[in-house]
Design a binder for this molecule. Structure first.
Ligand code: UFG
Length: 331
């Protein structure tokens, strides 16, 4: 049988580029669609890069039919939580309305499998700080809501058609390609590990801890940090699951245990050998004290085997990428 092609929207971005690379390495045919608003052309290591918008129905329909696409992996989205609070329609437009258009094209062209990049932000503040896939969805910002609305459209379309889907709810993604080819290049980063590595490499003077009075062991926020390489692997496992006839499903992507902000900063100091200038601040609005995955389903359903459940390795690959970015900007 002729090999089908996989469309990766947002495949020039941080997570999408790692997935596109793993797909290419596994011998899959890949086409990347990315408007390069947050992605980088040189992060696309496999397959053709088409520069455009995943909500552009004419373009997407043409791509689906020209390339014989039977699987779509949809990453293209805005993802800065505070920005979503200030400008919600930007998020509902790009994340929700564009997903609706993309789904219409998939329906019209008979795409079989849809793998959707969702977020633990759909849980809001889960009771006890641990979310199972059955925990109520109660997002506390427009970013989480924009993703949840897309999940609902996808679920309803799958019920009404032959489309099968996997929704992956990511916890806190960090790290970079262990071989140093790609990584997180987002300017004006806000994510803890990225900001801490920028501080360790001298790009920033200091790092702030947002809140030291949480009801956690050391008073700082706890998150489930997952290496981008293991997260990318979960997408290939999700595809294998659908190809062997698996039913549509939703799974958490995390390791099932968390680290506090202080533990992360300690790891960055250990791995980099540099003391960080740490400033303690009041809590940041909208942060849950703890957000950790119950990760049983992804293991059971997909046989997912994470390789990098190791905070120091996550930090090391982030730091290596940061050094590479710094040397590039100097040259
Ligand atoms: N933090 C700091 N200082 C910083 C940055 C973060 O103390 O400079 C703290 C936060 O308060 C939080 C923890 O570090 O306790 C992690 O914060 P991040 O900003 O790295 O990540 P979030 O948990 O806020 O959010 C991330 C993604 C969202 C996603 C969410 C799901 O940004 O897109 O994980 O868990 F929805």
């Amino acid at each position: 049988m002729e090999k089908k092609t996989i469309l990766v929207t947002g495949g020039a971005g941080y997570i999408g580029s790692h997935v596109a690379r793993q797909l290419g390495e596994a011998g899959e045919n890949v086409v990347v669609l990315d408007d390069l608003s947050a992605g980088f052309a040189d992060a696309v290591l496999y397959g053709e890069l088409v520069v455009g918008d995943s909500g552009d129905r004419e373009l997407v329909s043409r791509l689906l039919s020209d390339h014989g696409i039977d699987t779509v992996m949809h990453f293209a989205a805005h993802l800065v939580v505070p920005e979503s609070v200030e400008n919600p329609l930007k998020y509902y437009g790009n994340n929700t309305c564009n997903t609706r258009n993309l789904l219409q094209c998939c329906q019209e062209s008979g795409v079989k499998n849809f793998i959707f990049s969702s977020t633990a932000a759909t849980y809001g503040i889960p009771a006890g700080g641990v979310a199972t896939e059955e925990s109520p969805a109660a997002p506390i910002n427009p970013y989480g809501t924009s993703k949840l609305m897309s999940e609902w459209m996808l679920r309803d379309l799958s019920s009404a058609s032959d489309l099968k889907h996997v929704i992956l709810r990511y916890f806190n993604v960090a790290g970079s390609d262990p071989e140093g080819r790609i990584g997180q290049s987002t300017p004006n980063a806000t994510l803890l590990i990225k900001v801490a590595c920028e501080t360790a490499t001298g790009k920033r003077d200091s790092i702030k801890i947002f809140g030291t009075d949480y009801p956690t062991a050391d008073g700082t926020g706890v998150r489930d940090y997952i290496h981008v390489e293991d997260l990318a692997r979960a997408h290939l496992d999700a595809l294998a699951y659908l190809r062997r006839g698996g039913e549509s499903t939703l799974v958490n992507c995390g390791y099932g245990h968390g680290y506090s902000v202080r533990e992360v900063l300690d790891a960055v100091q250990r791995v980099s050998g540099k003391p960080l200038n740490i400033i303690e601040q009041p809590r940041r609005a909208g942060d849950p004290p703890q957000l950790v995955a119950n990760a049983e389903r992804i293991h059971k359903l997909f046989g997912w085997k994470p390789r990098y459940d190791d905070l120091e390795f996550i930090v090391k690959t982030s730091l290596d990428w940061e050094k590479k970015l710094n040397s590039r900007s100097r040259s």
